[in-house]
Design a protein around this ligand. Structure first.
Ligand SMILES: Nc1ncnc2c1ncn2[C@@H]1O[C@H](COP(=O)(O)OP(=O)(O)O)[C@@H](O)[C@H]1O
Ligand SMILES: [Mg+2]
Length: 326
């Protein structure tokens, strides 16, 4: 991959010790995100999308831990920086939008003040008045009608769609280089979803931020993303330009995932059924995690984990079918 990589995640591993044993939630996640690009992170529930997002921000909850790997942000390893530096990066350079906006807004502070506060935390030279003014401007940019009035409201006085807009305003007001959005619209109804996604696309162009968009909705992905990374059982099995991956998927899992989607799939319906079951994460995979369900599995697939092989034009597939000379 080229050196305009903003985020370069290599062999990321996360474990959660539990009473039943250690859950190997991430088992070597590798992907890259270029500047100003939108990368979709896809895969069924439990495959490790949210844990990947949290790990990038170093917010994996205790006793969970990042056991291995590198997270290079502009070439700097986030796993090696101090907690103080990390706190500084969060919010100013890397922001995250959560699924339930009202959970992340403080219920007892007016929303305008919350957006302003984000600015003040990261820019000590700014006056309160100027921050309040920038907050109102940001609300206006997000298409909020009468932003001055909305700024004076409390979170519970807003609709879900409006609260999500405020949340996005809060995350973008510092102009971060990377915005992570974990299923940002799945708690909203379909028409609002479409509006919010349009808005994020437009804003992304204006602010020139890169976006890591987590969604299980491949329709949203096709509409919004430049590239996609497909995850299965704690690792990335395929990544590449969105059109290539959706039209000519090369990993048997991605192929299964796409084949089983009806054309008019409802946004939160289960997307597919591939024979067999998702593996338990209590044992790290010795071979390809998908091998037990794969119709094209070969003996070596059960014996070792396939690396990502580079195909044409930034398309990578972790499958021995694509090993040179296979
Ligand atoms: N705090 C936790 N403690 C134990 N296991 C966890 C914790 N958070 C996530 N996991 C496990 O890690 C795996 C990946 O979870 P997650 O990233 O939330 O999946 P996704 O977002 O793709 O649906 C799941 O098997 C989940 O049970
Ligand atoms: Mg999740």
């Amino acid at each position: 991959m080229t050196d305009d990589l903003l985020l370069d995640v290599q062999d990321l591993r996360v474990e959660f010790p539990t009473l039943r044993g250690t859950i190997h939630a991430l088992q070597g996640v590798t992907f890259g995100l270029h500047r100003c690009e939108t990368l979709g992170l896809a895969g069924e529930t439990g495959c490790g999308k949210s844990v990947t997002a949290l790990a990038i921000l170093r917010l994996v909850s205790h006793p969970g831990r990042i056991s291995r790997g590198k997270i290079l942000f502009e070439g700097r390893d986030l796993l090696a920086v101090s907690e103080a530096e990390m706190r500084d990066l969060r919010g100013s350079q890397i922001s995250m939008i959560l699924q339930e906006p009202k959970m992340s807004l403080n219920p007892v502070i007016r929303v305008g003040a919350q957006v302003a506060e984000t600015l003040l935390v990261h820019d000590k030279t700014l006056s309160r008045r100027a921050a309040a003014e920038r907050a109102v401007e940001m609300l206006a940019t997000l298409g909020i009608p009468d932003p001055r009035r909305v700024a004076r409201r409390y979170p519970h006085e807003l609709s879900g769609g409006m609260a999500q807009r405020v949340m996005i305003a809060m995350m973008l007001v510092t102009r971060p280089k990377l915005l992570i959005a974990d299923e940002p619209t799945s708690a909203l109804d379909v028409t609002i979803q479409a509006q919010i996604l349009e808005l994020m696309k437009a804003l992304k162009r204006e602010i020139r931020t890169a976006l890591l968009l987590i969604t299980h909705d491949l329709g949203v992905m096709a509409e919004t993303c430049d590239r996609v990374a497909v995850m299965y059982a704690g690792s990335v099995v395929e990544q590449g330009p969105v059109r290539t991956v959706l039209k000519r998927p090369q990993h048997p899992y991605t192929q299964g995932l796409l084949k089983t989607i009806p054309n008019d799939v409802a946004p939160d319906q289960p997307l597919f059924s591939i024979r067999g079951q998702v593996p338990s994460l209590l044992q790290p995979s010795i071979g390809c995690a998908f091998a037990p369900r794969c119709e094209r599995a070969m003996p070596e697939c059960a014996a070792k984990v396939p690396p990502q092989y580079g195909l044409e034009a930034d398309h990578h597939v972790a499958c021995f079918l694509h090993a040179p000379g296979a």
